[in-house]
Design a protein around this ligand. Structure first.
Ligand code: ADP
Ligand code: MG
Ligand code: ZN
Length: 414
């Protein structure tokens, strides 16, 4: 399933990495669990059900409150080559009949419906005969009576669970407020649901970027400032991880390498040491990190430019899970840009894919070169607006009096 969802992400939607949250949500749905996903606007909620819909096959029903939204989504999906349909009041009868024929014939993967249309007896009976694998309720806060967006038609959706007892349901909303969340969970899932709440900010991670000069020396002095703490150092190549680990080791820092070219035993031994001992520095390629949940990683150090802003965010997110002050530090040089451009150009991929990859790289470079608050740029990319954070190099350069640790916040609650 891991493979097929990544393939769908890349081949259908053209993205290399899941955004924060998407991976976990997709995983839960594919395992047949109900999910309530609370993610900021622009976070990429649609993909949370579109990817599973395509991996699962059969029919996915998407409930959406606005006809215009449905039309947009269906048009975008069709552009990507996905069989999507909508049946709604803005289409003429013939178009709706044609759409239904495709759905009934099993040709449609995603069917977008307004709640009032879905919850008619006729529609429900007709759908019951089809192979429904997933139900997505978008803008799920519309079900909450206390919210400003309440829609009476959404209340009816509380019957879905009973009507399709074997179909996983995902509810999506950007309204993170506790009351609304509880209300959605109660109405759609009788309280029984895996809830993923995601704000993208990790305020305890200090963000910094430094011009790359003598990378080894820069790494050593950084690591020595954090002596005794666990950290992850990312390098672009396997060879470099071993060189850097050896160099740190010779300079009195307990460092281990990790990359996909090592034997399984050696990898496991190093990972084990990192997880169980304190103060070990793991010098790794991106092969290291997936599913690593060590709460007290004090820093993530990039000796080279990561692949994208998404990848960077994911990688630095491995620091400071315990909420304590942590650091994300990157060395950035022009050589890295050239290298990344070459990677993209050398890839055996369609021109359109390369164009997008260069675009993503530009975004990342923009982040590296900005004089603005880095957190603002990073969060802005994920659709969150933020005030200058006071905990990145750019903010700190301007406000030398900024004091102490940023307040820790729990941003991911399962
Ligand atoms: P939301 O519904 O959470 O507001 P959308 O589903 O509309 O967000 O997605 C917002 C934007 O993010 C879209 O342009 C989408 O293509 C983009 N996006 C979503 N997932 C990814 C990803 N994994 N990588 C890059 N861009 C993504
Ligand atoms: Mg949306
Ligand atoms: Zn800042």
């Amino acid at each position: 399933a891991e493979d097929s969802k990544r393939r769908v992400l890349k081949d259908v939607f053209g993205f290399d990495d899941f955004r924060p949250g998407q991976d976990a949500v997709t995983e839960a749905l594919l395992a047949g669990r109900h999910v309530l996903a609370v993610m900021p606007t622009g976070a990429g909620k649609s993909l949370c059900y579109q990817v599973p819909a395509l991996v699962l096959g059969g029919l996915t029903i998407v409930v959406s409150p606005l006809v215009a939204l449905m039309q947009d989504q269906v048009a975008a999906l069709r552009l990507a080559g996905v069989a999507a349909d909508t049946i709604n009041s803005s289409l003429d009868r013939d178009a709706n009949v044609a759409a239904w024929r495709r759905v009934a014939a099993g040709q449609t993967r995603l069917l977008y419906l307004a709640p009032e249309r879905l919850m008619t007896t006729r529609m429900l009976e007709a759908l019951a005969r089809l192979d429904i694998r997933l139900i997505a309720v978008d803008e799920a806060h519309c079900i909450s009576q206390w919210g400003p967006a309440f829609r009476r038609e959404y209340e009816e959706l509380s019957r879905l669970r009973g009507i399709f007892p074997d179909v996983p349901i995902i509810a999506l909303t950007a309204t993170a407020d506790e009351t609304t969340r509880t209300d959605i969970a109660a109405q759609l899932f009788a309280g029984c649901v895996e809830t993923l709440v995601l704000g993208f900010d990790r305020p305890n991670i200090k963000l910094g970027i430094e011009a790359k000069q003598d990378g080894k020396r820069q790494l050593l002095s950084f690591v020595q400032r954090h002596a005794g703490r666990s950290g992850i150092v990312y390098c672009l190549s396997r060879k470099k991880t071993e060189e850097m680990a050896g160099f740190l080791d010779r300079n009195g820092v307990r460092a281990l390498a990790y990359h996909a070219g090592m034997s399984k035993d050696a990898r496991e031994a190093n990972q084990n040491a990192f997880m169980t001992l304190s103060g070990v520095v793991m010098v790794a390629t991106i092969a290291f990190g997936m599913g690593i949940d060590k709460p007290d990683v004090a820093y993530v150090f990039h000796t080279d430019l990561p692949g994208s802003l998404e990848a960077y965010y994911q990688e630095i997110g491995r620091a400071g899970r315990d909420g304590r002050a942590a650091e994300a530090h990157m060395l950035f040089g022009l050589g890295d840009i050239r290298m990344r451009r070459l990677f993209i150009d050398d890839e055996d991929a369609p021109a359109e894919h390369k164009r997008r990859a260069h675009g993503r790289l530009d975004t990342l470079i923009g982040y590296c070169e900005t004089a603005q608050c880095r957190r603002q740029i990073l969060l802005g990319y994920f659709g969150e607006t933020a005030m200058p954070c006071g905990n990145c190099d750019n903010c700190l350069d301007q406000t030398p009096q900024a004091d102490g640790e940023a307040e820790a916040r729990i941003v991911f609650a399962a």
